[in-house]
Each structure stands twice: as structure tokens, then as C-alpha cells.
Design a protein around this ligand. Structure first.
Ligand SMILES: Nc1ncnc2c1ncn2[C@@H]1O[C@H](COP(=O)(O)OP(=O)(O)O)[C@@H](O)[C@H]1O
Ligand SMILES: Cc1ncc(COP(=O)(O)OP(=O)(O)O)c(N)n1
Length: 264
């Protein structure tokens, strides 16, 4: 008998199947983890944008989290769109398990997925108990309140002061390379750069990266190696989706490919 790593995603749904819970569960499965989930919000979303957003009450999210934690040996928690400060408090109540926080605030289409109250809750209650946070530049600017031109290192340091290790992601489809700035718990900084995959089928990239990172951390991998492997997973996923013709907007990042040893 074996027990797989159990990864719990606390996130919103994306009806288009690219981002949010769909991306998290598909990534967990691709990397050999059993995925459990607590839905925070339902979105009517496709490759062109986000339509309706229906947040769930915190009590409903708490009930899902309690059901999972009461039964399964969860080895890592990964959060995405939280939807309200009350749901942020549910996340803050989880202890004794590594928590990877992807602070989803805005979709690529520009849709707001996190209010100012949610931003305040990240700063005040979620980040002090988190293991690692994986914001993109826009999310880091919003969470810190710093000038949008602030260098990556300063943004990472400002988030690190709130508690967690930081992986400030630098995905840019127009640049030759993407650079992710990693600030470990100790404060050590490393910039991990890799080639950009040219594709407009990249919807869900951030969720996929954080979910892959969560699996590797849940398996006990050190942060730098885990980031390196999560980058490799995302690059392989984007390479697959780059050949797709799917949807009228930014198509989904692929989750249907077999990871090689490097991405695993
Ligand atoms: N076109 C790309 N090619 C290769 N890696 C990418 C590409 N876009 C993003 N990434 C990587 O995916 C991860 C998530 O990055 P990012 O796009 O910044 O997140 P988000 O979707 O939240 O904005 C990072 O490791 C980043 O380097
Ligand atoms: C329900 C939901 N959660 C998260 C996101 C944002 O996903 P992300 O991986 O950052 O991808 P992009 O939307 O930036 O491509 C979402 N859109 N919906």
C-alpha cells in the first residue's frame, strides 16, 4: 500500500478549464499528487475574459477545508483566488502544513479577482502564516503598495518582511527570457532565468506554476530546486499549448502532456 502526496487547492473555478481549480488539480495529477479542493468562488470565464463571479460564503469554504483536513493526510496547501477577506481568514486558520499562496488579484484580461479588503487580509492574516508567496509583478505592486517601477528585489523584500519566502514571477511573452526572483526564508536571493516559450495560449500559467511548486515543496524538495522544476513543468506545458488552436482569446496552457523526469 502507498499513500500519495495529498495537495489541497483552495481556489476559484474557471469554466474555461484553464486557470484556478482546473489548473491546480490537473497539475497535481500530472505530478503524481492526489488533489483535494475547496471552492472559493465560481467564475463564468473563457479565453477572452471573466464574466460573472459568484463568491462562496466563508462558512461553505470552511466546511470544505474541514472535510478534507479531517480525513486526508494533506501534505501541502495551495491557494488561488480567495474572493473575500472572510475566506482569507479561513486560510489563515490552517496551521502545521506548508501553504503556497498564489495571490490571485487580477486576471490577464484585466478582471478584478481580489478587492482592497482581500489585499489587506493577505497582508495582515494570510502572509504571516504562509510558507511561500508567488505573485507576478502586478500582484506584488498591489500587495506592497509600492511604485509600479520598483525593482523586483525591493518588491520581494517588502513581501518577505510580512513572513513568507517569495517567488516573484516574471513571465513576459514579449521578452526573450522570463526571470523569477526567489527570496528564500533566510533572505538569500536568486534570479532563475529561462527561455520564453512563444505562445498566446498561456491562460492559467500562474496557477499552474504555483501548483507545481506546491507539489515539489510538499514532497520535501528545497525551494530553489522546486522553482526550477515548476518552471520546467510550465515550459513543457506552454510548448504543448503553443501548437493549439483553442478559443477566441488567450488559450489555455496545456495540462495534457506527460512530464519527463526533468519536469517531474
Ligand atoms: N511564455 C512563457 N514561457 C516560459 N515560461 C513562462 C512564460 N510565461 C510565464 N512563464 C513562467 O510561468 C511562471 C508564472 O509566471 P507569470 O506569467 O508571471 O504568472 P501569472 O500568470 O500569474 O502572471 C513563471 O515561472 C514564469 O517564468
Ligand atoms: C478562478 C481563477 N483563478 C485564477 C485566475 C488567474 O489565473 P493565472 O494563472 O494567473 O492566469 P492568467 O489568468 O493570468 O492567465 C483566473 N483567471 N481565474
Amino acid at each position: 500500500m502507498t499513500t500519495p502526496l495529498v495537495a489541497l487547492s483552495i481556489a476559484g473555478t474557471d469554466s474555461g478549464g484553464a486557470a484556478g481549480l482546473a489548473a491546480d488539480l490537473a497539475t497535481f495529477a500530472a505530478l503524481g499528487a492526489h488533489g483535494a479542493c475547496a471552492v472559493t468562488a465560481v467564475t463564468a470565464q473563457d479565453t477572452t475574459g471573466v464574466g460573472r463571479i459568484v463568491p462562496l460564503a466563508a462558512a461553505d469554504v470552511q466546511a470544505q477545508v474541514d472535510a478534507v483536513l479531517g480525513d486526508l493526510p494533506v501534505g501541502v496547501v495551495k491557494t488561488g483566488m480567495l474572493g473575500s477577506d472572510e475566506v482569507a481568514a479561513v486560510v489563515a486558520g490552517i496551521s502545521g502544513i506548508p501553504v503556497v499562496v498564489d495571490p490571485v488579484l487580477t486576471a490577464t484580461s484585466g478582471a478584478q479577482l481580489g478587492s482592497d479588503e482581500v489585499v489587506a487580509a493577505y497582508r495582515e492574516v494570510v502572509l504571516p502564516g504562509a510558507t511561500v508567496i508567488t505573485p507576478n509583478r502586478d500582484e506584488a505592486v498591489r500587495l506592497t503598495g509600492l511604485d509600479p517601477r520598483t525593482p523586483a528585489l525591493e518588491l520581494a523584500a517588502a513581501l518577505h518582511e510580512l513572513g513568507p519566502a517569495v517567488v516573484l514571477t516574471g513571465g513576459d511573452p514579449r521578452a526573450a527570457t522570463c526571470g523569477d526572483t526567489v527570496m528564500e526564508g533566510s533572505g538569500a536571493v536568486t534570479v532563475l532565468e529561462h527561455d520564453t516559450i512563444r505562445t498566446c495560449n498561456d491562460h492559467g500559467t500562474g496557477c499552474t506554476f504555483s501548483a507545481a511548486l506546491a507539489v515539489h515543496l510538499g514532497n520535501g524538495t528545497d525551494l530553489l530546486t522546486a522553482v526550477h522544476r515548476a518552471q520546467a513543468f510550465v515550459s513543457a506545458a506552454l510548448t504543448t499549448s503553443s501548437t493549439w488552436e483553442l478559443g477566441r482569446g488567450r488559450g489555455p496552457v496545456a495540462h495534457i502532456f506527460v512530464p519527463t523526469t526533468q519536469e517531474n
